[in-house]
Design a protein around this ligand. Structure first.
Ligand SMILES: Nc1ncnc2c1ncn2[C@@H]1O[C@H](COP(=O)(O)OP(=O)(O)OP(=O)(O)O)[C@@H](O)[C@H]1O
Ligand SMILES: [Mg+2]
Length: 305
């Protein structure tokens, strides 16, 4: 395809969360720092939330990579419906042999022993829960109970919750307030907010894919403007649009991605449509509420008069 045409050794905007393509923009550095500070603090939960496609899973990988061998990590992703399954998953990640027909009580015993053993070896156990918003309330409560395991001086495990903004709403529920209160540090991953950030992101990924002409970003200024607007600064959408734009530019034998290529990529991308529909619905709601307020206001005016 377009690799040779543009001088890449691999695709610069592939969707797999590959660490080599991790671009350390300020927000990602801040998010990582918040987690590391919280782990040093040794207490409570840390929570990272962000919209779909903003880089949460890639951040988890970066974290796993950044922690020294003093940390024993367990990365859990996906839906877990009950406490027994949660305990089994964590036990499995920590390398515990789980007997068949094990029950909650026995598992908790095995887990506690393993955690104490690791603690004596000077290791810190960190459980990273990606997609935490998909956890049932019962599983989240089970997680809180597990986090209660501690010595006189330190928690036996620390928990990093990562999820979409729905996680915040979930933790606000009355019966989960004990967990919410234990979240000492948190961070909301923003989208890429301006052209400077987007340009850094694009240049970084191009360089990681083997493109080394620093005088040329391969995108026209108008193309960058359009990319930012259409993607709302969401890295996954940026990647999809960039990949398609390169395909189109290659198809037309162009040497750079111009606004026309991006426009065609936008027209071909349904996921943008969903985002725009959501925005339109939001605007429609605001318009309706404003209209109701004006109508009530006018009604009251005539009533008082
Ligand atoms: N800081 C970054 N540097 C480079 N690429 C990034 C960065 N953040 C996100 N991406 C890219 O954006 C895409 C989406 O990232 P990721 O899968 O981590 O998002 P997510 O927030 O976990 O999405 P979801 O909410 O669907 O789970 C991936 O292709 C990833 O490589
Ligand atoms: Mg993810």
């Amino acid at each position: 395809m377009y690799l040779k045409h543009f001088g890449f050794s691999e695709f610069p905007f592939s969707l797999t969360p590959n660490l080599r393509f991790f671009c350390s923009l300020t927000a990602y550095k801040e998010a990582l720092n918040v987690i590391l500070v919280s782990l040093l603090n040794g207490e409570g939960f840390v929570k990272i939330t962000g919209e779909v496609g903003t880089g949460k899973t890639l951040l988890c990988r970066k974290l796993l990579n950044a922690l020294s061998s003093d940390y024993i990590t367990a990365y859990i992703s996906g839906t877990i419906f009950d406490t027994l399954n949660l305990q089994k998953t964590i036990a499995h990640e920590l390398g515990i042999d789980i007997p068949q027909n094990v029950d909650n009580h026995m598992l908790l015993h095995l887990l506690t022993n393993k955690l104490i053993e690791l603690h004596h070896q000077g290791k810190h156990v960190v459980i990273i829960i990606d997609e935490a918003h998909t956890f049932s309330d019962q599983t989240l409560e089970g997680l809180r109970l597990l986090s209660n395991l501690e010595t006189e001086s330190r928690k036996l495990m620390q928990i990093v919750l990562v999820g979409q903004p729905e996680l915040d709403k979930k933790l606000k529920k009355t019966h989960l307030r004990q967990l919410e209160q234990r979240v000492i540090f948190s961070y909301r991953l923003p989208t890429l907010s301006d052209q400077k950030d987007l340009l850094s992101y694009l240049c970084f990924r191009l360089a990681a894919a083997g493109y080394h002409d620093t005088n040329d970003t391969l995108f026209s200024p108008k193309a960058i403007k359009l990319l930012l607007k259409a993607s709302h600064g969401i890295p996954r959408l940026i990647n999809i649009l960039c990949h398609k734009s390169f395909l189109i530019a290659y198809g037309y034998n162009k040497k750079i991605v111009d606004a026309d290529a991006v426009k065609m990529a936008i027209a071909d991308t349904e996921s943008l449509y969903h985002k725009n529909v959501a925005t339109r619905h939001h605007l429609l709601k605001i318009a309706l509420v404003s209209l109701s307020i004006i109508t009530i206001g006018v009604g009251l005016y005539f009533l008082i008069k």
